[in-house]
Design a protein around this ligand. Structure first.
Ligand code: OKP
Ligand code: ZN
Length: 358
């Protein structure tokens, strides 16, 4: 299987996120992608290539150009206005109620103010190299798509930072540009067919759902921790099925606390059935491995073996599949879990021999 990877991801190296009022070590760190790269490289059946540049247009077909412009210059503007902190966090958030009844929001003249127009949480600092890494992740995703359109049955884009929490005009949840949504949009344009997205990250992909919520030509299917208890709290409910022309093209499958492999596969089959009944020949997978039982920030109970079976069942759809990396935070097993998933997709056997005993 062909893998697209860029060393550029390393320039997004946040040190902290905020939790319960304290700065804690960031979970979304460069070592995540390195763990995956090492596992796939050691397997021997994966070939690596660097992305080609795709420019800004595929991004602005999905995201507000003003958000792209903010992200592009934020670090430079931050430093040149005399700020000295090496991570940018929002100070306030422009919730609709802040200016309720008082007319439109005016863009603040400082990065410290303006970041609260675009960022929705306190876990997603921008650092000096964030923009370059986020742009490279989009190029990784689009290059994986190009390879699939060129005839590969399945390809893998080792995206970092991830993307599925980034909405049309909002970033957060460790995500800046929505890599999967950008690829899905391009697929609709380049194939002229509808496109399905399967999001198996533990967290609901609120950004991807938002981007396509009114669209009939993109099906979004997500399995995730129930938003009644899980981040991002405000989206991912089972009764969110799409709006307007998109009615019926959104399927949320919230999962219970402690969800087992068996329960998980039963939910997966419902998602795959919806995809099988939807048109088009291509599939985008948002692959999060934070469903793992040992993940430090999530609460399901999946084990490595199940990822092989999930990959197998996705392959059985028979679609050209672009797999893009999202989350997964138990770094010691992250690479092997991804490798296991992709081996299942590729019709190869389960191989647990390289899973570290930690
Ligand atoms: C990204 B992906 C801070 C909690 C922040 C952010 C989770 C982002 C997950 N108190 N949690 O979907 O894996
Ligand atoms: Zn996640």
């Amino acid at each position: 299987m062909r893998v697209v990877h860029s060393p550029r991801h390393r320039s997004h190296d946040p040190k902290h996120e905020l939790a319960d009022g304290e700065a804690i070590d960031a979970y979304e760190v460069p070592e995540r992608a390195e763990s995956i790269r090492r596992s796939l490289a050691a397997d021997g059946a994966f070939t690596f290539e660097e992305p080609t540049e795709h420019g800004a247009e595929p991004i602005t077909l999905v995201h507000d150009p003003a958000m792209l412009a903010f992200l592009e210059t934020a670090w430079h503007d931050w430093v040149s206005s005399g700020e000295t902190a090496d991570e940018i966090f929002p100070d306030t958030f422009v919730l609709p109620a802040l200016r309720e009844g008082m007319g439109p929001v005016r863009a603040p003249g400082t990065v410290r103010g303006a970041v609260g127009m675009w960022c929705f949480d306190t876990a997603t600092p921008m650092v000096e190299g964030t923009y370059a890494a986020a742009r490279a992740a989009v190029d990784v995703a689009l290059t994986a798509m190009d390879l699939a359109l060129g005839g590969e049955p399945s390809t893998y884009g080792l995206c970092r930072p991830p993307g599925h929490h980034a909405a049309r005009a909002m970033f957060g949840g460790y995500c800046f540009f929505n890599n999967a949504a950008i690829v899905a949009e391009q697929l609709t344009r380049q194939t002229g067919e509808p496109v399905a997205i399967l999001d198996v990250d533990y967290h609901h992909g609120n950004g991807t759902q938002q981007i396509f919520y009114g669209r009939a030509d993109v099906l979004y299917v997500s399995l995730h921790g129930d938003p009644d208890r899980a981040y991002p709290y405000f989206a991912g409910f089972a009764d969110e099925t799409g709006a307007d022309a998109g009615a019926g093209a959104n399927l949320n499958l919230p999962l219970p606390l402690g969800c087992s492999n068996e329960e998980y596969l039963a939910h997966l089959d419902r998602g795959l059935e919806a995809i099988a009944g939807f048109g088009g020949s291509t599939l985008v997978v948002s692959l999060g491995i934070d469903t793992y039982g040992r993940d430090p920030i999530c609460d399901l109970a999946l084990t490595t073996e199940v990822y092989h079976e999930v990959g197998r069942r996705v392959a059985a759809l028979g679609r050209t599949t672009v797999v893009l990396q999202e989350g997964g935070y138990f770094v010691p097993h992250l690479g092997e879990n991804v490798r296991t998933w992709l081996r299942g997709l590729d019709g190869r056997g389960l191989d647990l021999s390289a899973l570290p005993d930690v």
